[in-house]
Design a protein around this ligand. Structure first.
Ligand code: DON
Length: 313
């Protein structure tokens, strides 16, 4: 691992990378299967690096919020492990799926046990674990409160229009949830669990907030700025391992090869990457590649890693 570099120097590098990738912002396709996301400006762009000492290096619209979508799965996994611990792994696997994030086929072949907590089926089980007899509203509030705490920012909210839009069109997720239920891997009703799932995905955050919120994963589970322990060092290491192996879905292998950092993407175009011992990088560019990951976002991270040596390998 290379030593941390001066934030001012990193900002210069980020500016260069933004310039180099500018023309590619319209190459990726903005997610349209959630109608409310289809209207997002493909030119939107931000990258925020948060260092362990609280300093940042930022370029672009770093305060602009976007739909975090699947990035929420990292935070709900953290909460669910805090709630029930390793018992979770009786209901969800820890292997990369090699399939699309919303694929159903594996779920039937593997008796309703999703491959990992980041594909949609796995995240739906995690939402069920968190719901556990509470009202969906309370469970959603728990996630939002956790994020506000981690980011040190009370302004984080759910974009209700996105949640509604996803509920109205989320037939694949309903199919996954009913499948899970049929296999006895959902305690609550699909409707209530998906109420939680759609709202967690519809949380809106900025790159600045996301980078800050993930800092504990770069610092052995402790918030390096506030000083509070969020999870044990072992748990932080394990969440990072899951992000490395499954955080980018069926592109996780390619991402590890090109970038070599634990990361989690969302179809809103965000990616958060963890640089253990250095900090976190949140990048946003709505145009997606064929695997549903931000095309420019991945490229920005690849270029940043090449220039800084920030990789775990
Ligand atoms: O369930 C869905 O399809 C979305 N709410 C989340 C998918 C997602 O972000 C996949 N990430 N690249």
């Amino acid at each position: 691992m290379a030593a941390a570099i001066d934030p001012a120097a990193i900002k210069v590098i980020l500016g260069e990378i933004a310039e180099e990738t500018l023309a590619l912002r319209r190459v990726g396709k903005v997610a349209s299967y959630i109608p409310e996301l289809a209207g997002v400006d493909p030119e939107g762009f931000a990258v925020s690096v948060a260092f362990l000492d609280g300093r940042t290096a930022e370029v672009g619209a770093v305060g602009e919020t976007f739909s975090i979508q699947s990035i929420s799965k990292v935070f709900n996994l953290t909460l669910a492990l805090g709630k029930i611990g390793d018992v979770l792994w009786r209901r969800v696997g820890r292997e990369p799926s090699g399939n699309a994030f919303n694929s159903i086929v594996q779920l039937e072949q593997e008796q309703g046990i999703p491959r990992n907590p980041f594909i949609n089926a796995g995240a739906i089980v995690v939402s069920d674990v968190l719901l556990a007899g509470h009202e969906p509203k309370e469970t959603i509030a728990e996630t939002v409160t956790f994020l506000r705490f981690l980011a040190g920012d009370e302004s984080i909210v759910v974009d209700k229009a996105v949640a509604q839009s996803e509920k109205a069109t989320g037939n694949r997720n309903f199919a996954l949830a009913y499948f899970l239920k049929a296999h006895g891997n959902l305690v609550e009703t699909p409707d209530r669990v998906l109420g939680v799932y759609f709202h967690q995905c519809a949380i809106a955050m900025s790159c600045r907030q996301l980078a800050r919120a993930c800092l504990f994963l770069a610092a052995d589970g402790r918030d390096p700025v506030g000083g509070r322990r969020i999870v044990s060092a072992q748990r932080a290491r394990r969440i990072n391992a899951l992000m490395m192996t499954s955080g980018m879905y069926d592109a996780s292998g390619d991402f590890a090869y090109r970038i070599g950092l634990p990361a989690k993407s969302g179809v809103g175009g965000g990616i958060v990457a963890v640089v253990p011992g250095v900090g976190t990088v949140a990048v946003w560019s709505p145009g997606l590649d064929a695997t549903g990951n931000s095309l420019v976002g991945s490229l920005v991270l690849e270029k940043l890693v090449q220039r800084t040596g920030w990789t775990v390998f």
